[in-house]
Design a protein around this ligand. Sequence first.
Ligand SMILES: [Zn+2]
Length: 278
Amino acid sequence: MLQEKNLGAVTQLMMGREVEGTVYYWTAAYLVDGLLVDTGCIYTAPELIEYLRGMEVIQVINTHHHEDHVGGNDLLQKEFGLDIYAHSQAVSLINKKMELHQYQELVWGYPVPTIVKPIQDQIKTEHHCFQVIATPGHCADHLSLYEPKQGWFFSGDTFVSEDQKVFRADEDIVGIIASLQKIAELENQELILFTSIGKIFPEGKASINKFLNHLEEISAAVANLAAKGLNAEEIKISIFSRESGLAPLSGGHYSIQNLVDKLLTRASPSRQTAIDYT
Ligand SMILES: [Zn+2]
C-alpha cells in the first residue's frame, strides 16, 4: 500500500506491505523538488512506480542499505533509468543479496540487488541544495540529508522518536549518540525532522535533545544497577518492567534487551554480553 501526504514542498510517501487489508509496518520515503529520498520495500515497488509515472523524479538516494529503504531501486532503474546514490559503504551492500531474518523477509522482503553510485557531499535540486551528512550508528553506511535554508533534515532511521527503546542487535549505540550530537550542533536553530517511520518533528533540535537525554538517563540507570550486581536481564526488567512484544517476533533481533546490552558494553567495554540472536 502507498499513501501520499502533502507537506507543502515535501511530499511524504508512506509505504508498507498489505496483508489482508492490514499494513503492519510503514516506511516513509520523501519526494522533494525532483529528489526521491528512499524507495520503500520490494512489496511496494510496483505501486511506487505507478505513483511516480508522469512525475518528475530526477535523482534518487538511499539513506542506507536496509531492505525497507532500497526495495524500489530495481524497478526505478528499469522503468525510468534513474541513477541512485548512497553512502560509499552502502554501494557493495545494496549490490548483493541481503541476509534477512524471517520477520524482515515477511514484512519487507528481499530487494533485488542493484548498482548504486557513491554520493557526493551535496545534492543540488532545482531550488535547493542538500548537504549529505554521515550519520552512522543505526548502520555504518547511514546518511542524512540537510537543507539549511529550509531547516529540513531527512533523518532516515537515525532518529525516529524521542523515546525509542527497542533497537536492532547490530546497531552501534555510541555511533548513534555521536550522530545525534552532530545533528544537535548544526547551525540552524530549528530543524524539521522527517523520519523514516513517517513522523515529522517540527522542533527537531528539541526532539533530538530529548532523545539524547532519554538515552543518557537509561544509561545512568543501567550503570547504577550493574554496579549493584544485577545482570543484563534483571536490569532490563528493573527499568522497563517487560520486554517489547517485537523481541519474540524478531527472534531477539529487535528488542529492549539490545539497548541494555549495548549500554552495558558502552559503560564497560571489556564486558561481553553473550546472547544468541539466531
Ligand atoms: Zn534501517
